[in-house]
Design a protein around this ligand. Structure first.
Ligand SMILES: [Zn+2]
Ligand SMILES: [Zn+2]
Length: 305
């Protein structure tokens, strides 16, 4: 395991604090990225299937109507109290239709294990589907439902990404807790260091549910908010990624970590896909005593070893 201090470079211009998801391209780009990462990878079949899942998310997103946002009073109240405007526990019922569409879209191309889960989901009643969604979003997982959860997550990601994209970015604010999404309150899946005119070399956290990104200074732990630079390191696997585009950012103050991906190393990096293509890095950092601070919802139950 190699580690090195972070090279802190402050922004030179005012950068957007929050980047809302771009629904037209987000899941299609992720599907392409999974396909690239699957090529020659030891988990290539699984990554390729997740590419198909992302493609199905893209198709479902295209078919999704504009959704009802919380009313103005609720949005104002959330803002006044420093709460996210979207409530994870209040789900538009259309998410269940999205789930069924994704399950049908994947069709017979799915591997046997996944096919079984998809069939179970297509046959499921609304009560069970809502229970699965509650299980997933509460983070309190029950082993028996584990195989279905990545698909439930995929459907919820589509709906919450759509909702987040409909919010007015100028009315959003970052929350006190750095690691929590300012739109929906979910934990971040990973960070991305972006390229671009006013956001060059800035670190954004990427929401595990709604794909919103928010800027957090690189000199800050996203889990415990410490700004002791000495406690933060970027760890690269010794035989890690070809391009060095993915690292783990560890904090010695709270012993947590989260991956960080670099567009500078590869402009196509995706916080969700590249995270799942670097599970060896998770093992390395786990062994060194760090605990991951945010989930990848496509992994829960899918790869329990
Ligand atoms: Zn979110
Ligand atoms: Zn920390």
């Amino acid at each position: 395991m190699q580690s090195q201090p972070i090279n802190f470079q402050p922004p030179t211009e005012e950068a957007a604090p929050i980047l809302l998801p771009v629904t037209a391209t987000l899941f299609a780009d992720r599907a392409d990225r999974f396909a690239v990462l699957a090529d020659g990878h030891s988990l290539g079949d699984w990554l390729a299937f997740l590419g198909q899942l992302s493609r199905a998310q893209h198709q479902a997103m295209k078919a999704l109507p504009v959704l009802a946002l919380p009313d103005a009073a609720t949005l104002d109240q959330a803002r006044t109290h420093g709460m996210p405007p979207l409530n994870m526990t209040v789900r538009p019922p259309v998410w269940r239709d999205v789930l069924r569409q994704i399950a049908r879209e994947l069709g017979n191309d799915a591997p046997d294990g996944a096919r079984k889960s998809l069939d179970a989901l297509l046959a499921a009643d609304d009560v069970w589907l809502e229970k699965l969604a509650d299980t997933l979003l509460s983070g309190e997982l029950e082993a028996g439902d584990a195989a279905e959860l990545p698909f439930v997550a995929a459907a919820l990601q589509v709906v919450f990404t759509q909702l987040a994209s409909q919010l007015d970015a100028s009315h959003l604010q970052k929350l006190d807790a750095h690691g929590v999404c300012p739109c929906c309150g979910s934990p971040a899946v990973a960070s991305i260091v972006r390229l671009g005119a006013t956001i060059n070399n800035l670190r954004y956290l990427h929401c595990s549910l709604c794909n919103t990104e928010w800027n957090v200074p690189r000199a800050t732990c996203t889990s415990c908010d410490t700004d002791k630079e000495v406690a933060l390191h970027e760890v690269e696997g010794s035989n890690g990624q070809k391009s060095g585009a993915v690292r783990a950012e560890t904090c010695d103050a709270c012993k947590s970590y989260l991956k960080i991906v670099y567009q500078e190393k590869d402009p196509r990096v995706d916080p969700v896909a590249d995270d799942l293509a670097t599970l060896a890095l998770d093992m390395l950092v786990d062994e060194a005593g760090y605990e991951r601070s945010g989930p990848n919802l496509l992994l829960i139950g899918a790869y329990s070893g």
